[in-house]
Design a protein around this ligand. Structure first.
Ligand code: ADP
Ligand code: MG
Length: 678
C-alpha cells in the first residue's frame, strides 16, 4: 500500500544519498516532498510591450534573430546581447555579467526572457533566460527554496516523480461541507496546481485552498490538544482566599486593572480540577512578575510547591532576590537552583525539594534535570517562555504530578494573532502599564554626536541616575561582542575617571561574577553598566533611567524594544539614546520607529511591515509555526475562520465516525500530540 508517509527512497531514482540531501530541507517522506511548495513563481504570461512602462518588469517570448554576442569591458564586466522577434517587433536584449548564458542560446532559438523594460532604448535588461533545450519541461515558473545539497532542478524533477507515483493516494482532508462553503479544491488538484500551475487564476485558487487547509489542520490539532488537556485531571489548588487577599495587601503598590483581571483568570484556573495551560502576555515593564508571585503564593498556601524557570542565571537570581523580599514573613521557602552550584549545595537543595521543605524553586533549566524530584509540584511558571525550547517546556510540564503551567512572554504579537495562534493555550493579556510611568524619551543621535550623548549621560549621573550602555552587536560572534564591550568599558571608565563607577557585564563572565556585578548595580554601587545583550531579558532595576545603545541599527526592532524596556520602570523620567549611522533605509526606519513610539504592539506591527511576517513570526522565538503557504498576518481572516470551523467540527457529535472524514481522523491521530512548538 502506497502512502504519503512513505520515505522518499520509495521514489524512482531516489537513493540513500539523495534522501540524506533532502533531509537537509526537512523532507523525509513523500508527503513532505509534495507539500514542499515553491517559494515563488516566475510569471511567464507575456507582457504587451507596446503598453509597457519604463523600468517595468516584463516577460516576452520569441525567436532569437541575431547571433548572441558576448562583449567584455571594464574590470571583469561583460554583456551578452542579441535581438529577439516578439510578435512583429524586434527588441534588443542584454544580460550583464552572466557570460555562461552564451552557451545556452543560439540564433533561431525559441526563448522566454524575464527582465526590465527600458523604454527609451527599446531594450530589455534580462534577469532570466529560459530556453526549451535548457529546461526540458514546460512547468516552469515554480521556484523552490533550494540549498547547496539539493538543486532547484532536482527538486522540480523529484516533485514531478512524486506526484506521478503518488497522486492516486492524495486524499482530500477537508470535510466536504467546508469545501463547498468556501469553494475549495480537492487536495490532489491543489497540490498539482501549486507545483505546476496552469495559469495565475488556478494558482490563486490553489493557494487559497492551501492556506485554508493549512490553517484548518493547524487549528484542528491545537483545539483537539486543548480539548484533551481540559479533560486531564489536574491538581485542585484550593488556597484560602482571605489569606491570599491579605498577602496582596502587603504589596507596596496597587495592582493595575489589567493585573487584577489576569490574577482572577489565573486563580480561577488554579482552583479548577484540570490542568492549567495559560500564556500570560504583557509588554516589557507591564508587571508580569508580581502576577506570577500571587499565583505562586496561592499555590503554596494550598500546600503545593511552585517552580519558576528563567532563561538566564542573572534573571533567576534576580527573581529569587525580589521574591524573597516580597515573601518575607510568609511560609514561602525559596531555593535557587542554578547550574553553578557546588555538588554539595546541589545535593542539599535537591533533598529539600524532594522532601518539600523548600516550596518555591527558582532556577534555570536546571529545574528540569533528572536529578531533581519534586514533593508535590502544583504550579510551574516559565518566564520569558519563548527563550526555551519545546523540549524544555514540555519537560517542566511533565515534572511531578502534572502541574498547572503559567508561561509568560513579552513577545508583543497582536492580540488577535496571539489568541488564534496559541490556540491550545488560554491567553491572558496585561494591556496596561502601571500608573505614573512616564513614557521613555527616545533620541536618535549620529555617531559624531557621541560627545553630546556622553555629556547628557554625565548630567544625568550627576543628578543621581544610573545607566545601561549597550555595546555594539557583532552577529554570530560572542567573542567579538565581549571584546567590544571590554573596549567600551575601558573607554567609559577613563571618561568618567574616578567620578563614577563603570561596571561590565557580558556572557563570558562566570555566574558568580555576573551576579556580583548585577547586585552592585542594583545596590547603586555601580552607576554605569556597560553590557552586551545579556541584559536584554527581564533585568529589573527601577533606578536605572538611561539606556544608551551603540550602533543601535545593528539590532532588530524587537530587541531594541526589549532593551529599552530595561528603563522606565520607576516613576522618574527615563531616556533611551540610540547612537547609529544606519547603513540602509531599513535601519533608519527602525531608528525612527523607536523614536516615534514606546508601545510594544506598535513596534511589533512596524517590525512585521518592515521584515514580513515570515521573518518575524516564522522564527522559533515567536512560538508560532512556520506555515508553508498561509501568512498568519496577511491571511488573518482565513486563520480566524479556520479556527472557528475547527472548533465547530470537534464539537459535532460523531464527526469522526463518518466515512468521508476518515482521512482527517487519521491525520489527527497522527499529529495530535504535536503542539505548535514543533
Ligand atoms: P515585566 O512584565 O517586564 O516582567 P516586571 O514584572 O519586571 O515587568 O515589572 C516592572 C517593574 O514594575 C517592577 O519594578 C515592578 O515592581 C513594577 N510594578 C509592577 N506592577 C506595578 C504596579 N501595579 N504599580 C507600580 N509598579 C509596578
Ligand atoms: Mg519579566
Amino acid at each position: 500500500m502506497k502512502s504519503l508517509q512513505d520515505p522518499v527512497t520509495k521514489l524512482k531514482g531516489v537513493g540513500p544519498k539523495m534522501a540524506a540531501n533532502l533531509a537537509t530541507l526537512d523532507i523525509q517522506t513523500v508527503g513532505d516532498l509534495l507539500t514542499y511548495y515553491p517559494a515563488r513563481y516566475d510569471d511567464f504570461a507575456p507582457t504587451d510591450l507596446t503598453t509597457a512602462k519604463d523600468k517595468q518588469k516584463v516577460t516576452v517570448a520569441g525567436t532569437v534573430m541575431s547571433e548572441p554576442i558576448l562583449s567584455r569591458f571594464g574590470y571583469r564586466r561583460n554583456r551578452l546581447s542579441f535581438r529577439v522577434l516578439v510578435d512583429r517587433n524586434v527588441v534588443m536584449v542584454s544580460f550583464f555579467n552572466q557570460p555562461y548564458l552564451k552557451k545556452q542560446v543560439a540564433l533561431n532559438d525559441e526563448v522566454t526572457i524575464l527582465g526590465k523594460w527600458e523604454a527609451a532604448r527599446q531594450q530589455i535588461l534580462g534577469t532570466k533566460l529560459v530556453t526549451k533545450a535548457a529546461e526540458g519541461n514546460d512547468e516552469l515558473g515554480a521556484i523552490y527554496p533550494a540549498n547547496k545539497h539539493v538543486r532547484q532542478s532536482a527538486l522540480r524533477k523529484l516533485v514531478k516523480v512524486a506526484f506521478q507515483q503518488y497522486q492516486d493516494v492524495i486524499a482530500t482532508l477537508l470535510p466536504i461541507k467546508l469545501r463547498r462553503r468556501y469553494q475549495l479544491m480537492e487536495r490532489r488538484d491543489m497540490i498539482r496546481e501549486l507545483h505546476f500551475p496552469h495559469d495565475t487564476s488556478t494558482l490563486k485558487a490553489a493557494r487559497r485552498t492551501g492556506t485554508y487547509e493549512e490553517f484548518f489542520l493547524f487549528q484542528l490539532r491545537l483545539q483537539a490538544t486543548k480539548l484533551a488537556n481540559e479533560q486531564v485531571a489536574g491538581n485542585r489548588i484550593l488556597y484560602h482566599n482571605d489569606e491570599l487577599k491579605a498577602f496582596i495587601k502587603t504589596i507596596s503598590f496597587e495592582l493595575t486593572k489589567a493585573q487584577k483581571r489576569v490574577v482572577n483568570e489565573i486563580c480561577r484556573d488554579l482552583r479548577r480540577p484540570f490542568e492549567m495551560n495559560r500564556l500570560l502576555q504583557g509588554d516589557v515593564g507591564s508587571g508580569k512578575t508580581i502576577v506570577a508571585a500571587i499565583a505562586i503564593y496561592a499555590t503554596i498556601n494550598a500546600g503545593y510547591q511552585a517552580a519558576l524557570m528563567a532563561p538566564t542565571e542573572i534573571l533567576a537570581a534576580q527573581h529569587a532576590a525580589k521574591l524573597a523580599k516580597i515573601f518575607t514573613g510568609t511560609p514561602v521557602y525559596i531555593g535557587l537552583l542554578t547550574g553553578s552550584l557546588k555538588p554539595k549545595q546541589h545535593r542539599q537543595l535537591a533533598a529539600g525539594i524532594k522532601d518539600g521543605s523548600i516550596n518555591l524553586i527558582i532556577g534555570t533549566h536546571a529545574l528540569i534535570s533528572d536529578s531533581i524530584e519534586y514533593a508535590n509540584l502544583g504550579l510551574a511558571v516559565i518566564d520569558e517562555q519563548h527563550r526555551f525550547g519545546v523540549h524544555q517546556r514540555q519537560l517542566l510540564r511533565e515534572k511531578g504530578n502534572r502541574p498547572d503551567v503559567l508561561a509568560m512572554t513579552a513577545t508583543p504579537i497582536p492580540r488577535t494573532l496571539a489568541i488564534t495562534t496559541y490556540g491550545e493555550m488560554d491567553v491572558s493579556v496585561i494591556d496596561q502599564l502601571p500608573a505614573g510611568r512616564k513614557p521613555i524619551i527616545t533620541r536618535w543621535l549620529r555617531n559624531n554626536q557621541e560627545p553630546t550623548a556622553l555629556q547628557f549621560l554625565e548630567e544625568q549621573l550627576a543628578a543621581g541616575a544610573q545607566a545601561y550602555v549597550v555595546s555594539p552587536l557583532i552577529e554570530e560572534s560572542e567573542s567579538l561582542d565581549v571584546k567590544n564591550a571590554e573596549k567600551l568599558h575601558e573607554k567609559l571608565a577613563k571618561y568618567f575617571a574616578k567620578q563614577y563607577t563603570v561596571g561590565l557585564l557580558h556572557g563570558r563572565l562566570d555566574d558568580d561574577e555576573k551576579q556580583r556585578v548585577m547586585k552592585q548595580f542594583q545596590d547603586g554601587d555601580i552607576q554605569v553598566l556597560v553590557a552586551t545583550t545579556v541584559i536584554e531579558v527581564g533585568v529589573d532595576n527601577p533606578n536605572a533611567t538611561i539606556m544608551m545603545i551603540y550602533d543601535a541599527d545593528r539590532f532588530g526592532l524587537a530587541q531594541l524594544h526589549q532593551l529599552r524596556g530595561r528603563v522606565g520602570r520607576g516613576d522618574r523620567q527615563s531616556y533611551c539614546i540610540l547612537i547609529a549611522d544606519p547603513k540602509n533605509d531599513e535601519g533608519a526606519e527602525r531608528m525612527s520607529t523607536m523614536v516615534a513610539t514606546t508601545d510594544g504592539f506598535e513596534v511589533a506591527q512596524r517590525d512585521l511591515e518592515l521584515r514580513g511576517s515570515g521573518n518575524v513570526l516564522g522564527n522559533k522565538q515567536s512560538g508560532i509555526p512556520d506555515f508553508k503557504i498561509g501568512d498568519p498576518v496577511g491571511d488573518l481572516k482565513i486563520l480566524q475562520l479556520a479556527r472557528a470551523d475547527a472548533e465547530d467540527l470537534l464539537r459535532t457529535p460523531g464527526w469522526d465516525q463518518r466515512d468521508e472524514n476518515q482521512p482527517l481522523v487519521l491525520y489527527l491521530r497522527r499529529h495530535q500530540l504535536e503542539t505548535h512548538f514543533d
